[in-house]
Ligand binder design. Structure first.
Ligand code: C5P
Length: 218
């Protein structure tokens, strides 16, 4: 029997990461945060001084990543970088790095390797369309830009980082536009994806919905 995969795709700050990791936890499945791979590539490129326009250089950085996932933390070359990867400037660089087909190709095997028993929940932009097209359940999470900007705002304020909702909203709309318009693996729902608009739903309600879809398929 094939190893089960649930994909959770959607735009920046849609809450898909929180949802995907909660679903993985509920089912006892592995969890892949594919955005972290693009963020790690971005951070490593920033450290190495590789430009966002240098496709071959960025692909070499991606291919050479020394990443380790353990206890919900991420280590890059022996340094714990979980918080650093969440930085806004790293996210913005990740969005630029991820447009390059060679970078995406360099991260393919690493993503596929996370598919292990008893199952995988994979979070990203192209999990259902490109990386795991045969996934048994594909979820595409959406929420209004206003709701997403407000959520991101609260997260940052609670971490003591001062910012403005308008700046965040402009930034996430720019990132959405880049993710949707790129030619390599653009952000879009798979044809067989279930669309979940969580603008008005709590995390628990979203988790319950996905688990209900999953039960219907098993
Ligand atoms: O999901 P997250 O915000 O951590 O992803 C950071 C960036 O990495 C996104 O803006 C997107 O451009 C890119 N990404 C991608 N494909 C994925 C996951 C993330 O292109 N599967």
């Amino acid at each position: 029997p094939s190893i089960p995969v649930i994909t959770v795709d959607g735009p920046t700050a849609s809450g898909k990461g929180t949802l995907a990791s909660a679903v993985a936890q509920a089912l006892g499945y592995h969890f892949l945060d594919s955005g972290a791979l693009y963020r790690a590539t971005a951070l490593a490129a920033m450290h190495a001084g590789v430009a966002e326009t240098d496709e071959a250089g960025l692909a070499a950085v991606a291919a050479g990543l020394k990443l380790r996932f353990a206890h919900q933390q991420i280590w890059l070359g022996g340094v714990e970088v979980s918080d650093e990867l969440r930085r806004e400037d790293v996210g913005a660089m990740a969005s630029k790095v991820s447009v390059w087909p060679a970078v995406r190709a360099a991260l393919l095997q690493l993503q596929l390797s996370h598919r292990r028993l008893p199952g995988l929940v994979a979070d990203g932009r192209d999990m259902g369309t490109v990386i795991f097209p045969a996934a048994q359940l594909k979820v595409f999470v959406v929420a209004s830009a206003a709701v997403r900007a407000e959520r991101r705002y609260k997260q940052l304020i609670s971490k003591g980082i001062s910012t403005s909702i308008d700046v965040l909203r402009t930034d996430l709309e720019a990132r959405d536009a880049r993710d949707k318009s790129r030619s390599a693996s653009p952000l879009k729902p798979a044809e067989d994806a279930m669309v979940l608009d969580n603008s008005e739903l709590s995390v628990d309600q979203c988790v319950a919905k996905v688990l209900e879809w999953w039960q219907q398929r098993n």
